[in-house]
Design a binder for this molecule. Structure first.
Ligand code: NDP
Length: 331
């Protein structure tokens, strides 16, 4: 089987030589274990943080480690109660064709309710991240304005739809006119502003006549700085990620931090794994919205495990529309 491991720590934007593709024997499942053939891999921005030697909430990757990542695939051999050949499962099984896993690492998914890949995106940890950040930390009330960055992406697109379902006005920020159009037409946001356009600051202000009550931030950096003066008093900012900073060699220096004080804004960083108690409620809400036809998602699927490093690098630069996935081998 093929697997991708971590070869070199990047400085700034990762390059393909930070990864190595190797062929190794498939592991043998022992008693109580399962062998899974991974079908599709999720490549996620947080992996960039794990490539740093700096302390972060996630363990630092060591050179030689198989890249971390969630996959959806099928059980091909089971020595564990409750798992049989052919079942579809999701787990954090890494960038590889096959994985040996214990039941605690696996979650069975219902491919009759939604395509298997949805459980890596809107119906999986991506959607749950959106739900937890919005409801547990954004705490929007109907009629309030929810602003979301990386709005065409995997997490951001779900946040805006959940905000609308909650009776809020949803405004997105995304890179480029085409992504903004998608955010409005496919995901149904009330508006979306292109942060790459020269009149970004002015367009953002115009799109927010009632100010911002909740800013769900996926990007940090200059966009967060531009949003702070538009916040209403007591606005909430669930800080989900800082994708604009992951490749940065010099951190962006915030200019408008005084507005956090001035407007009594709460900025709350959160990490999904701290909130397992909320997962069932979030999953049920997402599944319900999807079944009712009220949750749309898009995917960018790259073909071939050998192309996963490129997909990851390009995703950090915004080449993806919706969830970035890699189909490991031809169907
Ligand atoms: P996305 O699908 O949103 O892909 C990343 C997007 O980031 C790109 O498409 C690009 O969109 C945008 N981007 C890249 N560089 C910049 C920049 N300099 N300024 C603004 N936008 C930029 O990824 P995910 O939905 O998987 O992740 C979104 C965020 O959520 C990330 O910060 C991630 O780390 C975080 N996350 C946090 C979790 C948690 O537990 N807190 C769990 C899961 C994800 P564009 O073309 O619009 O620039």
């Amino acid at each position: 089987q093929r697997q991708v491991s971590f070869a070199r720590r990047p400085i700034g934007t990762p390059t393909e030589d930070c990864f190595t593709l190797a062929t190794v024997p498939v592991g043998r499942p022992g008693p109580g274990q399962v062998l899974v053939r991974n079908d599709v891999l999720s490549v996620d921005p947080y992996i960039r943080m794990r490539m740093e030697e700096k302390d972060s909430y996630a363990p630092v990757m060591r050179i030689g480690d198989v890249l971390v990542g969630r996959t959806v695939g099928q059980v091909v051999e089971s020595h564990a109660d409750g798992f049989v050949e052919g079942q579809w499962v999701v787990g954090r099984l890494g960038w590889q064709d096959y994985s040996v896993a214990s039941p605690a690492e696996l979650q069975l998914v219902d491919v009759s309710a939604a395509p298997a890949t949805a459980y890596l995106g809107a119906l999986g940890s991506t959607g749950i991240t959106a739900w937890v950040g919005l409801h547990a930390f954004g705490k929007p009330k109907a009629g309030e304005t929810v602003l979301v960055s990386a709005a065409s992406g995997a997490v951001g697109s779900v946040v805006g739809q959940l905000a609308r379902l909650h009776g809020c006005r949803a405004v997105g920020i995304a890179g480029g006119a085409a992504k903004c159009e998608l955010v409005r037409s496919a995901y149904g946001f009330d508006d979306c502003i292109d942060y790459r356009a020269p009149d970004f600051a002015e367009a953002l202000r115009r799109a927010l006549p009632q100010g911002v009550d909740v800013y769900f931030d996926n990007v940090g950096g200059p966009i967060l700085d531009a949003v702070l003066p538009l916040c209403n008093n007591f606005a909430r900012i669930p800080l989900c990620g800082l994708v604009s900073q992951y490749n940065a060699t010099e951190p962006y220096g915030m200019k408008n931090l005084r507005e956090v004080f001035n407007r009594r804004v709460t900025i709350r960083g959160f990490v999904l794994s701290d909130h397992k108690d909320l997962w069932p409620q979030a999953s049920a809400a997402l599944a319900g919205a999807y079944a009712a036809g009220r949750l749309q998602y898009r995917e960018t699927i790259t073909e071939g495990l050998e192309n996963a490093p490129r997909a990851f690098i390009d995703m950090l630069a915004g080449a993806n529309v919706g969830k970035q996935l890699v189909r490991l081998r031809p169907a």
